[in-house]
Design a protein around this ligand. Structure first.
Ligand SMILES: Cc1cc2nc3c(=O)[nH]c(=O)nc-3n(C[C@H](O)[C@H](O)[C@H](O)COP(=O)(O)OP(=O)(O)OC[C@H]3O[C@@H](n4cnc5c(N)ncnc54)[C@H](O)[C@@H]3O)c2cc1C
Length: 652
């Protein structure tokens, strides 16, 4: 395998510029560097693997710490080596060495993360890093080549990150399609989530399409408007937008056995009922766009304005008001600090605290020097993508896996889990040590990883310590006309109530009605317990394919984009199977689907989120983890790389 230095397929990258900076300018840029990917990119650039000094390797247990846990001395040594190497590269006319051998590339990757035995990851990374000019997840076929005379079309439901991606791949394969979305624009989550403070919590160098990487993200964790702009640009650049019918809310999809087609009915903004018939349906409806309202009595009796964070009311003036916030999950920790800046008083009602992931750079712009390095050092940006991919993905999996021998008090599940907890507790002590009353309320008593971690750069403690903010952990009794009646009989007066209570994540594909073979209703079949094979296919529902479907979510902050890229490739592989075999459709075998779900369930029980009985949106009403993928990212890639025809029945 080679990573070549050619031009990028990404519309956001115009290439890497030659270095003309002075020594001092290079030194200044290096002061801003993300250190762990630096020596690896220089080894790649120069072919000099002696740069990968053992004493400058990160400790894999410390990767989540700033600068991968490298000490100040180690960072200084790396910067000095980098300075001399970049000066020599500049003075030599900026000539990169030939691409390294596979063995050398493996060493480069292993050094980046302080790991070993990365061989099996090389083919995955070749795609995921998509080094300039490579889009290796593009379909290797076109309909014109394999079934030129067959009429075949696809309906994609949803124009968020997944739907835009599916449209792009169908464009590449030359398959006709229409995208239906209830919204007036693309972006899904990133179109809808307009609450103050909304931003991604997976760094953008990882949270972006592999074939549309950006080296010039303005923030490490960009704000909603930046993400929205990114997906809008992708929809335009990849020619997806002309295929989209906006403000078209799908009501139902029904399989017609005689014609082997799907009829998709939808309602337009004008209220008209329309339908479209296609050979296949790709559901790209997401998991996190239907607000979840808590089961509290009297919500609608409140006389003032109230709303859910997913449907933020910008027309409601919060200045000087008494605001009650219900919930302390990821969204609340983003918007509550913004609300507290303007409100007269904020009462934040917490049921269960989340574990905080200390992230000092959470709100920071990417510094100029780091941007300069991305623009001038070939592979630095891609190896940074890999660094994030690993430390927030497979590299963190061990810390959330149950050790059955571990004797703990329920707040850790293994030695590594205990180690991670202790590291984070140090942060809690730093942040809340001067307020033991708050410290007691904010520290969770379940293992790290049992609920989604919440990023924080210190703003949570600052917010909770404000004189106009209370954190209340007593149980809620009911909502009444003037505020919240607590179970203990006290009352919290409110002018405005904001619900930061998450999404109906377990209600996959709702509120659509989906009728498959033999008239079976998908939601009756699932009965609140959604399952699919690889998150994509469902027995009894031919040519229905899901993206971000059951068990394709991740807890420890991998990127959903990765899952959708794997899922779309798999779907394109299935369409190829249909078309190349002269079939009309295909359907996953029930035993294949059932066996797969058994191993997923068994593994989820060994993970922090399945083992712990803490409440979380990862479990459905049956208590089963229907959201999460419990295995490595490598495993999902491997299983979805290309379909196994033996898993499917062809419909002719
Ligand atoms: C606040 C927030 C922060 C997040 N941060 C991260 C993060 O840091 N990292 C990460 O990996 N993920 C994150 N996520 C998850 C995020 O949802 C996914 O990363 C990604 O955006 C999912 O894209 P999608 O296209 O699958 O779904 P969505 O973005 O939800 O898009 C689904 C689309 O389907 C449309 N749709 C749904 N039902 C219908 C219907 N019946 N008819 C017509 N159209 C319909 C919707 O209008 C929407 O446009 C976050 C989610 C939220 C809400």
């Amino acid at each position: 395998m080679t990573l070549t230095v050619s031009s990028s397929p990404s519309p956001f990258v115009s290439g890497v510029d030659p270095i003309t900076a002075t020594d001092d300018e290079i030194r200044a840029a290096l002061a801003d560097a993300e250190i762990p990917p630096l020596l690896p990119s220089l080894a790649y650039l120069t072919g000099d693997l002696s740069l990968l000094r053992d004493d400058l390797r990160p400790d894999p247990l410390m990767l989540a710490m700033p600068q991968g846990g490298l000490t100040d001395e180690q960072q200084a040594a790396v910067r000095e080596i980098a300075l001399q190497t970049l000066i020599a590269y500049r003075d030599g006319g900026c000539q990169p060495a030939p691409p390294p051998s596979d063995a050398d590339l493996q060493r480069i990757l292993e050094h980046t993360i302080g790991g070993e035995a990365m061989g099996p990851y090389l083919p995955l990374l070749e795609e995921e890093l998509a080094y300039r000019g490579e889009d290796r997840r593009a379909p290797d076929w076109t309909k014109a080549e394999i079934a030129p005379d067959v009429d075949f079309s696809v309906v994609i439901i949803g124009a968020g990150m997944s739907g835009v991606l599916a449209g792009h791949r169908l464009n590449q394969a030359g398959v006709d399609y229409v995208v239906l979305d209830k919204n007036p624009d693309v972006g899904g989550t990133w179109h809808e989530s307009v609450y103050p403070g909304c931003r991604v919590d997976n760094p953008n160098h990882n949270y972006s399409y592999s074939f549309a990487q950006r080296h010039d993200w303005p923030f490490h964790y960009s704000t909603q408007d930046v993400l929205h702009d990114y997906f809008r640009t992708c929809a335009d650049q990849f020619g997806v937008r002309p295929h989209i019918r906006f403000e078209s809310a799908v009501q139902s999809a029904t399989w017609n056995e005689e014609t082997s087609t799907w009829t998709v009915r939808y309602r337009t903004a004008a209220g008209a009922e329309e339908s479209i018939t296609a050979n296949a349906v790709i559901s790209a409806v997401g998991q996190l766009n239907r607000p979840s309202w808590p089961a509290i009595d009297g919500i609608s009796t409140f006389q003032g304005p109230y709303f859910h964070s997913a449907e933020w009311r910008h027309d409601v003036d919060l200045i000087g008001k008494k605001v009650v916030v219900i919930g302390t999950g990821c969204s609340s920790l983003q918007f509550s600090p913004e609300v507290a800046k303007v409100a007269g008083h904020v009462s934040i009602l917490q049921r269960t605290p989340g574990w905080i992931a200390p992230t000092p750079e959470y709100h920071d712009a990417v510094p100029a020097g780091q941007k300069w390095l991305y623009a001038h050092v070939p592979t630095y940006s891609e190896l940074n993508r890999f660094f994030i991919f690993w430390k927030m993905g497979d590299g963190a999996l061990a810390s959330v896996t149950v050790d059955p021998e571990w004797q703990g008090d329920g707040s850790s599940i293994s030695e590594i889990s205990e180690f991670a907890k202790q590291m984070i507790l140090e942060y809690y002590n730093e942040q809340f040590g001067d307020r033991p009353d708050l410290l007691e309320k904010v520290v969770p008593h379940y293992p790290v990883g049992a609920k989604r971690g919440i990023r924080d750069n210190g703003i949570w403690a600052t917010t909770l310590k404000r004189p106009n903010v209370d954190l209340i952990t007593d149980a809620i009794g009911a909502i009444d006309a003037t505020g919240v009646l607590m179970a203990n009989g006290s009352h919290i007066d409110a002018d405005v109530i904001i619900y930061g209570t998450g999404y109906q994540a377990s209600n996959f594909l709702t509120p659509m009605k989906v009728i498959g073979r033999d008239g079976v209703d998908l939601h009756e079949e699932w009965a609140g317990d959604a399952r699919a094979y690889l998150g994509v296919t469902i027995p009894g529902f031919p040519n229905l394919f899901c993206l971000y479907g059951p068990n394709t979510n991740i807890v420890i902050n991998g990127s959903i984009i990765y899952f959708s890229e794997c899922g779309v490739r798999y779907i394109l592989g299935l369409l190829k199977l249909v078309l190349a075999n002269g079939a009309k459709a295909l359907e996953v075998k029930r035993d294949v689907h059932d066996e797969f779900n058994e191993i997923v369930d068994a593994k989820n029980k060994q993970m922090a989120w399945g083992w712990s009985d803490v409440n979380s949106w990862y479990k459905n009403k049956h208590g089963r983890v229907a959201q999460n993928w419990p295995f490595t990212l490598l495993e999902y890639w491997d299983r979805t790389r290309q379909p196994d025809a033996a898993d499917y029945e062809l419909v002719r």
